[in-house]
Ligand binder design. Structure first.
Ligand code: SF4
Ligand code: SF4
Length: 206
């Protein structure tokens, strides 16, 4: 079981330069979504003229399902400077992987709560850390794509792009840097150091 909570609205709104294409996932029973808060926030963005379209569907973590729906809404996505996703971290990562040259942002943080995790697709992983970093990492999760779960850049041990802990995998932070370069957001690597709040995980159920 996991729950998503809306991030600070002003912080999220500040990421939108022109218009955002919004994606809501109302997918799985294992996830609690902040549907009322999200709808209210989206109405505010719409009244400010900051929305090019809204897609609400189930299971955006299913790559074929979301890819088909994104292709049907291409014009509205092209009109937007970014895509704002209201889902758990897996959904945001799935959308981000399909729109590599688009800025894809997480509108929610994802928290674990006790109980079974439900069926999680294998394509991407979210550790439900309670403080989603995807808006700073080009939509690639630093906790699961980096062997050490580093949130402030690479350790310096990668060789030929491979992780020093697990040479079978590509260095997650090299992937993150490439993605940030693709969407013109390398500036975020100069932002203040992220202090990870481990208390979020301990108190996730609150
Ligand atoms: S940073 Fe990673 S682990 Fe944390 S909520 Fe986002 S996707 Fe999940
Ligand atoms: S080599 Fe890259 S993925 Fe591996 S631990 Fe270091 S930063 Fe993380």
């Amino acid at each position: 079981m996991l729950v998503t909570k809306l991030k600070d609205k002003d912080t999220v709104a500040s990421l939108i330069c022109g218009k955002a294409f919004i994606i809501n996932c109302h997918g799985c029973k294992e996830v609690g979504f902040p549907e009322r808060d999200a709808a209210e926030f989206q109405r505010e963005l719409e009244s400010d003229g900051k929305v090019s379209g809204i897609l609400t569907m189930d299971y955006i973590c299913n790559p074929e399902n979301i890819a088909l729906n994104l292709s049907l809404r291409k014009d509205e996505i092209d009109e937007a400077d970014c895509v704002l996703v209201f889902s758990c971290g897996v959904g945001v990562q799935t959308v981000s992987s399909l729109l590599e040259d688009k800025r894809v942002y997480a509108a929610c943080d994802t928290y674990a709560v006790p109980g079974g995790q439900g069926v999680t697709p294998l394509e991407f992983d979210c550790r439900q850390c309670g403080e989603c970093y995807l808006n700073l990492t080009g939509g690639i999760c630093p906790l699961t794509a980096c062997s050490k779960g580093l949130v402030n850049g690479q350790c310096g041990g990668a060789k030929d792009g491979r992780c020093e802990v697990d040479p079978d995998m590509e260095c997650g932070w090299e992937r993150i840097q490439r993605r940030l370069a693709m969407v013109g957001r390398l500036d975020v690597l100069r932002s203040p150091v992220q202090i990870r709040n481990y208390d979020n995980e301990v108190n996730a159920a609150e």
